[in-house]
Structures are given as structure tokens and as C-alpha cells.
Write a protein that binds this ligand. Sequence first.
Ligand code: HEC
Length: 142
Amino acid sequence: MKRTSILILLTFLSFSVAQANQTKHPTLKSVMRDLARAVTTLNNAIFYEDYSAIEAAAHIIANHPKPKGQLPTVIKTLGPRMKQFKKVDAVVHNSAMSMENFAKKKDINGILKTQAAMTNSCVACHSQFRKEISKVLAKSNW
Ligand code: HEC
């Protein structure tokens, strides 16, 4: 009886630790899903020429959380290719930051230019790395 209680307690504790890790650091997949949602909001805002909504969505994209719990696995998997991964990520970040400023100035041409650069980089990273990283992360029990 006692042993069973301890077992239950241990199961509960390890579950809680796993939960805490998830809450502390989002997975790459959840960061990506939030990014996709923000991009959809952003695209709609562009069609409505709603500059404050464009600014808000660009801000979310530029400041997305890092999947710190999974980053070491990504770094280990990519090795020297991590440089390229970071480079593409930086283009997304910088485009979103410039877009925020263009939105403040209600500069639709600037916004469209940065939107294209950003979307290209989302897709560029996916075509180079998505499948490979996705497979490795799925295996690493998150
Ligand atoms: C530097 C690389 C990189 C950049 C830049 C990037 N992604 Fe991703 N994305 C990934 C990787 C790797 C995965 C696979 C994650 C996984 O399956 O665990 C992914 C997966 C996704 C997915 C699929 C999530 C799912 O449910 O399986 C979506 C949607 C997505 N990204 C959206 C975006 C959007 C939108 C942008 C640009 C604003 C973007 N990504 C930029 C690397 C990137």
C-alpha cells in the first residue's frame, strides 16, 4: 500500500516537473504556431490598413519567446549549419522590427517590402531545416 502511494507521488512529481518545463520554455512548435497566428493577424491588418494592429502584430513577431528547452537539441543537430539557421531567424526578427517602425509612420510600401522579406525567410528556414529538426525534436520526448 505504502509503495503504491510513493509510486503515485513520484509519477505525479515527474509529471509536474515536465509541466513546469513546458510552461517555462515553450516548444519550438508552439512558438511557430504563435508566429503563424501573428502573421495571419498581420496580413489581415495590412488589408484593412489598420496601422496600430500591424504594429502590434509585428511587435509580437519580433519579440517571440525562444524555445530555450529545445534549443540545445537544435544546436547539436545542426552543428556548423546553426550559423545559417540563426541568419534566417535574424531576417525574420529584423524585418518585423522594421515593419513596426513603418507602421508607426503609416508607410504601406515599407510594410509590404518587409512583409515579403519576412515571409520569404519563414519559408527559407522551413525548406532548409523544418523536416529535419521536427523529426529530431519529436524523438526527444517533448
Ligand atoms: C530559423 C528557422 C525558422 C524560421 C525563421 C521560421 N521557422 Fe517555422 N519552423 C521551423 C522549424 C524547425 C519547425 C519545425 C518545428 C517542429 O516540428 O517541432 C517550424 C515549424 C513551423 C510551423 C508548423 C508548426 C506545426 O504545427 O507543426 C509553422 C506554422 C511555422 N513554423 C510558422 C512560421 C512562421 C509564420 C515563420 C515566420 C514568421 C516561421 N515559421 C519562421 C523553423 C523556422
